[in-house]
Ligand binder design. Sequence first.
Ligand code: PLP
Length: 419
Amino acid sequence: MIVKTEIPRQPEPIHAPDWSAVRRDFPALAVEVYGKPLAYLDNAATAHKPQSVIDAIVRHYTESNANIHRGSHYLSQKATDEYENARKTVAQFIGASDREIIFTRGATESVNLAAATFGRRFLDTGDEIVVSEMEHHSNIVPWQMLCKEKGAKLRIIPVSDSGELITDNLEAFLGNRTKLVALTHVSNSLGTINPVREIVAAARERGIATLLDGAQAVPHLPVNIRELGCDFYAFSGHKLYAPSGIGVLFVSKRLIDELPPYQTGGGMIRRVTLERSTFDDAPGRFEAGTPNIEGAIGLAAAIEYVQFIGISHIAAREQELLGYANKKLADVPGLKIYGEATEKASVISFTLGDIHPHDVGSFLDREGVAARAGHHCNQPLWSRFGVPATTRASMAFYNTESEIDALVEGLQAAVSFFS
Ligand code: PLP
């Protein structure tokens, strides 16, 4: 078994693929619901998996299942190599080095890891952490808890009516007590692509650390960590066509060795006596216990799949679908879209007259259209817009114009039915 020593960034394929052939790579898209073809428009919640990811997991269990790092036998070495190669694949995908990649359970655990370790090391009473009104609960609650524990203050960047961060007054948020700015790269409800590079640069100039929640960015846009310049970057595998239960926290090399361990126990130590313990170097120091080995292998297979298609082609195809959906949805009476940023990913949250979003979601479901209804883990955002919930359609590159037509027809039928 040869460990890949360095994986260069993969070149983008020149041509976009045949999208109808790509669709056939995802077996779950062929499922019928209530005797109707499935139109899966819930990709912001989780994405389907290509056959190559499913095969990689099956191959791991049938050919290389063993615990990693601790065994001297063949299978253990093979599984260890696969796991560490997966780390290298993730690193090259986002332009990082593998020492900066920590495997977690998902974006939520990544933010919790950052909050626990950064908070323990750097936060004092009276310090400030900045988040925004459009954050997913995963990027609010861990900071709220930390601020409460440390006597620090959470400050909130507001959102405009069009669903963009109001950054005119950014300097007021970057004071001498500000320790960290934690923002979403792409909003899971509004689709807004935030100007994170500029915000990170402004924070860095003042010596303030930054975390970006990339859960909705990495599957849909080219992401290069060095260009972004952030200290932490969090994302989940399952939204990136990989299995659930695996995620990533990138921590920049200038910070990673400064952070104390997160969870403790086996796998992350160097030496343990009954009196005290010393810890492994990063990233192993942050991965206590047996990790999600098959998840990491599945994530690497998903990244290889995305690179085979080309992330720029994915982004362009999703913009086409977004444009088509916006045009078609304009024909639905009473439909109001939340989130009209100039830079926007393929997520559309809307209300339909005074029909409850849950009723809209259930009605669409019976038409074979999988959309999400609720607060999408953005309660503060919906308070700001004065609605308790919305219906959300979120598209991936494998969706089609006819699935969007099914959504629009379903909504038109819902309008007739409920009136
Ligand atoms: N951040 C954003 C922007 C998200 O959309 C999500 C999931 O919807 C999360 C964080 C949390 O991801 P996970 O549930 O995979 O940990």
